[in-house]
Design a protein around this ligand. Structure first.
Ligand code: LLP
Length: 431
């Protein structure tokens, strides 16, 4: 199976985290997001131990909440001793509401408003990852009003192509995030931060992309960052204390995808960085990384019930389900590949179908050309695997559809972490 938490029992029924998917669908109704709590925790522990071994005790993995954020997720992150990368007041509010410590939140984002800045300072958020000079000025002014000195990292753009898909390519010089090193603007940015009295410059941040498999991307990024850090020392006398290399390790969505050896990649990266530190005479900075997808993707599975099966002889077959681009827009947006499995037996004759959603547009496809039992019919269940990252987080209410609930699976039991949005929930804000 694609991931070790997916299996079939002796009758062929699909199991996720050891529990029967169709029974969970009966109990909670569909569409339904399932999440394997043990897998989320294992992934956190994998990062923590890889970090400790590679970089020492001060190194901290920050969970990028944009991948999947709700209160229970932040409780898990708090229990696992992770830091958190938050990009909005909503994410910060959710983390705090879950009891996540503000001091372990790094506030990212290229479009922070004055209100966001006030909110984060009010609640004592640990670090701002400042995206540009305008934000720096606004933050410095607000911190001055409050008589505090806010810890910050500066987001710089190293100018690197991570060889991933366009929408998540964030390392190139001309992207909207951060301040480019190559144009000389990042050096000016650092100067400005050093001159701002109400911020404390703790280091630098960069994030080059998501779904990164290319093994040298982080090493190449470290080369560029160390070269920049050397300039900062030589020209400004500034020694970078913390280096945050962002998120991005890829996960397996289909059998053909590689399995990234994340602890192995982190160990190799640490080795590479120690050599860079020696070569440049710079002290090894404290290292942060911000994995999102690789913490939660394989902990998720979405279950649907088939509403209709349309066979158009000589053309194609459609399996239409009770969810769609509203709960998983990733194929529509990025052409993302997914593994689709029938919830009951996969034995017997098969046929190829497009797995389509219920939204009123032809582009509402969850996955084209999937192989399913030839006799698929209304009422059957199908599961889409590896939906823990950027599915619930990117869900919408298009066509006034409610978001599915998130049900957590733990030790053979299940519990609701996020309730289903019902029509009255959708009307709750209407006046
Ligand atoms: N740090 C920063 C600054 C980021 O922008 C991101 C992702 C991460 C960390 C986490 O990256 P990860 O480990 O999850 O790859 N919606 C897209 C993904 C967008 C990623 C945005 N930034 C998708 O569904 O593929």
């Amino acid at each position: 199976m694609l991931t070790s938490n997916i299996a079939r029992d002796k009758n062929g029924s699909l199991l996720f985290a050891g529990q029967k998917v169709s029974a969970l669908a009966d109990r909670y109704a569909t569409p339904l997001y399932l999440m394997d709590e043990a897998r989320i925790r294992e992934n956190c522990r994998m990062y923590k131990s890889a970090f400790r071994a590679a970089f020492g005790d001060a190194a901290l993995p920050l969970y990028a909440g944009k991948a999947c954020a709700f209160k229970q997720m932040y409780r898990i992150m708090a229990e696992e001793g992770m830091g958190v990368d938050a990009v909005s007041r909503g994410e910060i509010y959710t983390a705090l509401a879950a009891g996540f410590p503000a001091s372990r939140i790094w506030f990212h984002g290229d479009g922070k408003t004055d209100e966001d800045i006030r909110f984060a300072l009010e609640h004592g958020v640990g670090f701002f990852v400042v995206d540009g000079e305008e934000e720096l000025c606004a933050l410095n002014a607000e911190a001055a009003r409050r008589g505090i000195r806010q810890k910050i990292l500066l987001r710089v753009t190293p100018g690197i192509d991570p060889h991933t898909y366009e929408a998540v390519n964030t390392g190139r010089v001309d992207v909207k995030f951060g301040v480019p090193i190559g144009t000389g603007q990042a050096l000016e940015f650092v100067k400005a931060a050093l001159g701002a009295k109400h911020v404390e410059l703790c280091g630098l941040h960069c994030h080059v992309g998501s779904m990164v498999f290319d093994e040298s991307v982080f090493e190449d990024t470290a080369d560029l960052m160390f070269a920049f850090m050397r300039r900062l020392r030589d020209e400004l006398g500034y020694v970078t204390g913390t280096l945050d290399l962002g998120g991005g390790y890829g996960v397996r969505y289909v059998e053909a995808d590689k399995q990234a050896d994340i602890p192995g990649r982190i160990a190799a990266l640490a080795c590479h960085m120690r050599a860079l530190a020696e070569e440049t005479g710079l002290p090894m900075p404290e290292i942060l990384m911000e994995p999102g997808r690789s913490i939660v993707a394989d902990a998720g599975l979405t279950v649907y019930t088939v509403s209709a099966v349309k066979r158009i002889p000589g053309f194609k077959n459609h399996v239409i389900v009770d969810g769609g681009m509203t709960d998983n827009p990733r194929y529509c947006l990025y052409g993302s590949r997914y593994t689709v499995l029938p919830a009951e037996t996969d034995a017997g004759e098969t046929a190829v179908f497009d797995l389509a959603g219920r939204c009123c547009e032809s582009g509402d496809i969850l996955q084209p050309a999937v192989t399913l039992p030839a006799g698929m019919k209304r009422g059957d269940r199908v599961a889409v695997c590896t939906t823990g990252a950027y599915n619930y987080a990117m869900a919408s209410n298009y066509n006034r559809l409610g978001r599915p609930p998130v049900v957590m699976l733990r030790d053979g039991e299940s519990y609701v972490a996020v309730k289903r949005e019902e029509p009255d929930t959708l009307c709750a804000l209407d006046v």
